[in-house]
Design a protein around this ligand. Structure first.
Ligand SMILES: *Cc1c(COP(=O)(O)O)cnc(C)c1O
Length: 425
């Protein structure tokens, strides 16, 4: 498609957009009396207006039913997480029994590593990406120490080549083969939080299995953003937060995936709790743990229903739209943003370098842009003028044009504000 950097053209794209009315489903912060252009849905998604009713329902049931709400609420609390199985399984490409919601992301990855990182003297290494999200780095370090290994021996990072911003799939696979029978686990962020690179999860999972390792994915930036096929890709396990692209609210509950091939494996250790116990017998208070067959068998505690309620509102919205429509708009609006950036770059005589892969198959809803020669004052200018972006050292802004609530007109307006911010100084 041939794009144009004009308000009329942006409005024409909005008029063709079948998801444009979803913008009205969200609450936007205001700056200077106008709704902001929100590019940080990869950090904290906006609040869907329908969410409040889901939370109010729990508050009312609690007020009116108290303990009886566990069984007699309109949506009973004791198995509230089962309402996620269908919609969430479609979002991540799983069978309903392979997904559950519980705890928070890093906690869930730790719990899943109890099952899937069981190092031996010979097979003890973990492959991850260089400059992984800090929480993942701390998690890897603490896990290998917990098992009595040294981080510098057990953690193998895939490096970028000199002068390149992204990691090549061939380098990941070569490293997997090189580590070979010492490799216990591959665990990578499906979408890199800094560059927005989408990894080839299918090929990397297959390569890890070929050398006898388990393969898991941290899908913090992928869930609700990328079309995933976790079951068909034969991924062993995955987890994601729900507060980024899934708009469930700050620090909210995490989703997990455990492939069905592991559901009935009594040799897999896990840290158990009563909510993972056989559903029919949970309240018999039996002494021996008998896990639910399925991802629910990794549940530990009584459900945090007040935080699951906004997440349920979110997955129902995703279910209404479907990932195909979302991905189609995502690609178009991301391409339009890229076009706008390149146009403005010409007008201000070249200061930008987009470090996110240019290939649409290797990116999703994020462009990370190096602003050479610009400083934090540009970031401050954008924020003051109603553009909410994320600034990372040394000089990178991350822009997520979330298809659910960003418009093509937003992209055009952003370009004009950006140009003023650079030329006006
Ligand atoms: C956002 C993010 C996290 C956050 O983890 P929490 O446990 O929810 O704080 C972890 N990993 C990655 C890759 C992330 O992008």
């Amino acid at each position: 498609m041939i794009f144009e950097n004009s308000l009329a053209f942006a409005r024409q794209l909005d008029a063709q957009d079948t998801l444009s009315h979803y913008q009205n489903e969200f609450s936007f912060p205001q700056v200077n009396g106008k709704k902001v252009i929100y590019f940080t849905g990869n950090s904290l998604g906006l609040q869907p207006k329908r969410t409040k009713a889901y939370v109010d329902e729990i508050m009312n049931d609690w007020a009116n039913l108290a303990v009886e709400g566990h069984f007699y609420a309109e949506k009973p609390w004791w198995d509230y997480q089962e309402r996620f199985a269908n919609p969430l399984s479609k979002i991540v490409g799983a069978k309903p029994s392979e997904v559950t919601v519980m705890n928070t992301l890093t906690v869930n990855l730790h719990l899943l590593m109890v099952s899937f990182y069981r190092p031996t003297a010979k097979r003890f290494k973990i492959i991850c990406e260089e400059k992984a999200f800090p929480s993942d780095q701390y998690m890897f370090q603490s896990q290998v120490h917990f098992h009595g290994f040294k981080a510098e021996e057990a953690i193998v990072e895939i490096k970028r080549r000199d002068g390149e911003h992204n990691i090549r799939t061939e380098d990941v696979i070569a490293k997997i083969n090189e580590v070979g029978d010492e490799l216990a686990l591959v665990l990578i962020g499906g979408v890199n939080y800094y560059t927005g690179q989408v990894f080839d999860m299918r090929s990397i999972t297959a390569a890890g299995h070929k050398v006898g390792a388990y393969v898991g994915w941290d899908l913090a930036h992928a869930a609700g953003n990328v079309a995933l096929e976790l079951h068909d890709w034969n991924v062993d396990f995955a987890a994601w937060c729900s507060y980024k692209y899934m708009n469930s609210g700050p620090g909210n509950a995490s989703g997990c995936f455990v492939h069905e091939k592991h559901h009935n494996n009594p040799d897999l250790p896990r840290f158990a709790g009563w909510w993972g116990h056989n559903k029919e017998r949970r309240f018999k208070m039996e002494p021996t743990f008998d896990p639910v067959q399925g991802a629910d068998g990794w549940q530990v505690s009584n459900l945090p229903v007040l935080s699951l309620a906004p997440y349920l509102a979110s997955v129902e919205m995703f279910d209404e739209i479907g990932m195909d429509a979302l991905v189609a708009k995502r690609d178009k609006i991301t391409a339009y943003l890229e076009f706008i950036l390149l146009e403005i770059d010409k007008e201000v005589s070249s200061t930008f370098e987009i470090i996110t892969p240019a290939n649409p198959a290797e990116r999703a809803c994020q462009l990370s842009v190096f602003l050479h020669g610009e400083g934090r004052s540009l970031f401050d200018y954008l924020m003051k003028n109603g553009v909410i972006v994320d600034w990372r050292e040394p000089n990178v802004i991350r822009l997520a044009p979330v298809p659910l609530y960003c418009s093509f007109e937003d992209m055009y307006d952003f370009g004009q504000i950006l140009k003023k911010g650079i030329l006006g100084k």
